[in-house]
Write a protein that binds this ligand. Structure first.
Ligand SMILES: C[S@@+](CC[C@H](N)C(=O)[O-])C[C@H]1O[C@@H](n2cnc3c(N)ncnc32)[C@H](O)[C@@H]1O
Length: 352
């Protein structure tokens, strides 16, 4: 086994093993990212002063495609990377049971230059059992994945390198994937095109196929940051739920990959979201936030504070809401800057 394969295999073993310590997993993810950037000849310090195509985001009419550098750095979010890898591992096992005797076709859409949800499994399965398509909007990211696949000796496992848009690409019947992993995501489903990509790709799975993440929920709540900071230093004991830093107010929006066609249009480029009742509150101490909860596959989930994708997102709203409380309505907008928008509010006691 070559040195790269050997080291790569150890990082992946570590991240796939839920019993490994956060410290070990953080180190594995760091080393993986550094190794990848080294292999591509990328010097992060130099890019900070002299940006180039590798460090440039791309703005699209449906959201931002973060730069190849930004995408590679995502691997360092070790908890996110570990949970996605464990979910992919489980999804592949499940797909092999669901499609006995078939060669499983996996698409990583928005793979960045390291293709972290595909190449680890190219190393673990022979190409006659599992084959991968790697897709990214940035051609330079796709060039990166070619280099990675060569270094790892898994070129035969890659069926296609696709410099294409995940929100518009169409697969012919024989090319439909059995498994699609697509993480083009930011907290509260903002800025990046996860909704548009899921709507385009999930219906193109083979019947019975698997899409990761399976479900993303955005919930509203009043968030007490001071209480949360205190809970970090002295964790809650059983029966102390009342001390939770989040007062849950309900689901605002859900993106279920198996039911994307059920999103209700609300005018051009808009989807309906659910209104939530917000009680009167102190806007300084417990402002309204959105919480992003992700079921990647089965029991593999990313919850509050697990990664940057799950950080609370503060909502901007009129001061009157905090004083009187009321019903807050949202919609989800698919645009160059996608995300949830507050459409209006009905103050408590008013009859709008
Ligand atoms: C958050 S990174 C994720 C990288 C990798 N899949 C991972 O999980 O670490 C998102 C990647 O998706 C790509 N991307 C964003 N929008 C895209 C689109 N519409 N079509 C194809 N790729 C897209 C970006 O270029 C970036 O490489």
């Amino acid at each position: 086994m070559n040195d790269s394969r050997d080291r790569f295999g150890r990082w992946i073993d570590c991240l796939l093993d839920p019993s490994r310590s956060p410290g070990d997993q953080r180190q594995a993810a760091q080393e993986w990212c550094e190794w990848g950037l080294d292999l591509l000849g990328v010097d992060e310090n130099e890019l900070a002063t002299r940006p180039d195509a590798f460090s440039a985001d791309c703005r699209l009419p449906i959201g931002k495609a973060i730069s190849p550098l930004g995408a590679a750095r995502c691997v360092r979010e070790y908890r996110r990377t570990a949970v996605f890898l464990q979910a992919m591992d489980a999804a592949l096992r499940c797909a092999r049971k669901r499609f006995p005797g078939e060669r499983i076709h996996v698409l990583e859409a928005g793979c960045g230059p390291l293709a972290p949800l595909a190449l680890p499994f190219a190393l673990r399965y022979p190409p006659d059992e599992v084959i991968f398509s790697l897709l990214d909007l940035h051609p330079i990211a796709i060039e990166g994945t070619r280099r990675m696949a060569r270094e790892l000796g898994v070129r035969e496992s890659v069926r296609g390198y696709l410099a294409a848009d995940a929100t518009t690409i169409q697969f012919s019947e024989p090319d439909r994937p059995h498994v699609i992993a697509c993480e083009v995501l930011l907290r509260a489903l903002k800025s990046e095109p996860q909704v548009a990509a899921t709507r385009n790709l999930a219906p193109q799975l083979r019947r019975g196929g698997i899409f990761l993440p399976e479900r993303i929920d955005v919930d509203a709540g009043l968030f007490d940051q001071a209480k949360w900071t205190r809970a970090l230093t002295s964790p809650m004991k059983e029966g102390e739920e009342g001390l939770s830093p989040i007062q849950e107010l309900g689901r605002v929006f859900g993106l279920d990959a198996s039911a994307v066609n059920e999103l209700q249009p609300r005018g051009a480029g808009r989807f309906a979201a659910t209104a939530v009742n917000v009680p009167p509150h102190d806007p300084e101490r417990t402002p309204l936030h959105l919480f992003t909860r992700i079921r990647v596959f089965g029991d593999h989930r990313l919850g509050d504070f697990d990664s940057s994708l799950n950080l609370p997102e503060r909502v901007k709203y009129p001061a009157a809401l905090a004083v009187k409380g009321g019903l807050v309505e949202f919609y989800y907008e698919v645009s160059a800057d996608p995300g949830l928008r507050l459409v209006g509010l009905t103050a408590s006691g008013s009859n709008r």
